[in-house]
Design a protein around this ligand. Structure first.
Ligand code: G3P
Ligand code: CA
Length: 252
């Protein structure tokens, strides 16, 4: 059966801003989200992980070392300690003072200013940790504007069990032998492979579409690959360059 995330032939691909507009502003911050929104991104992609005291924060790496002045695993730091860090200066001085957003803050920003979220549950999460993420999404009244994705099959199973109304996508670096069977088993709304892997076996897009499963490819920054992915029917493209992809799309 078709689902609402399948792209009708001839229509633009869904523009998904990887960690926000991460080529133009510090990734996974509210400013990168704002830049992506202004660029015309359909969705923002980001990554969520819990603080030591169980608050879901928006951060890609397992540690705060690369994108803040702090050190150590996010799971060793409390929400208060994470909030004290500067998450913008590493990218450029003009972004000094950007903070690591909590998931709740990010969702509130999307709710009031607009935008949808492709939320990656990053790394292994317990059922209770996924339950907290679901609670935050529900409390922010954003269930209809969030799409969950993860490389972690267990996290997707927890999400589906706790909140079957949230669409889920499986991230893969290489293709499964039978993506359709896996999609059915896991109740996937989308199958989200690395672009290079997908382009090596483009027929799986047709197979997944026939089963009602959408396909979103990551992380693609060249127009040559956007064109190849569009031609094989890919529904959404995750990119660090949402303004350029939106412009390319509009010119189709
Ligand atoms: O959205 C897919 C992509 O974000 C997966 O890789 O490492 O950037 O989270 P990563
Ligand atoms: Ca990600």
């Amino acid at each position: 059966p078709p689902n609402g995330y399948l792209r009708p032939a001839g229509s633009p691909v869904t523009v998904i801003a990887h960690r926000g507009a991460s080529s133009a502003a510090p990734e996974n911050t509210l400013v990168s989200q704002e830049v992506a929104r202004r660029a015309g991104a359909d969705w923002i992609e980001n990554d969520v992980q819990p603080s030591r005291d169980g608050v879901p924060f928006v951060l890609h790496d397992g540690t705060v070392d690369r994108t803040t002045e702090g050190t150590g695993p996010i799971r060793n730091l409390t929400a208060a300690q994470l909030k004290a860090l500067d998450a913008g200066s590493w990218f450029a001085p003009q972004y000094a003072g950007q903070r690591l957003p909590t998931l709740a803050e990010q969702l509130a920003d999307l709710r009031t200013r607009g935008g949808n979220l492709l939320l990656e549950i990053k790394g292994a999460h317990s059922r209770d940790e996924v339950a907290t993420i679901v609670e935050v999404i529900r409390a922010e009244q954003m269930t209809s504007r969030v799409f969950i994705q993860s490389f972690e099959i267990d996290a997707l199973r927890h999400s589906y069990a706790l909140a079957p109304e949230l669409p889920i996508g499986l991230l893969r670096g290489s293709l499964d032998a039978d993506p359709v069977a896996l999609a059915k088993e896991l109740h996937l709304t989308a199958y989200n492979p690395a672009a290079g892997a997908l382009l090596g076996k483009p027929g799986i897009v047709t197979d997944l579409h026939a089963a009602g499963v959408a396909v979103m490819a990551w992380t693609v920054n060249s127009a040559a690959q956007w064109q190849q992915l569009e031609r094989i029917g890919t529904d959404g493209i995750i990119t660090d360059r949402p303004a350029e992809l939106a412009g390319w799309n509009a010119a189709l």
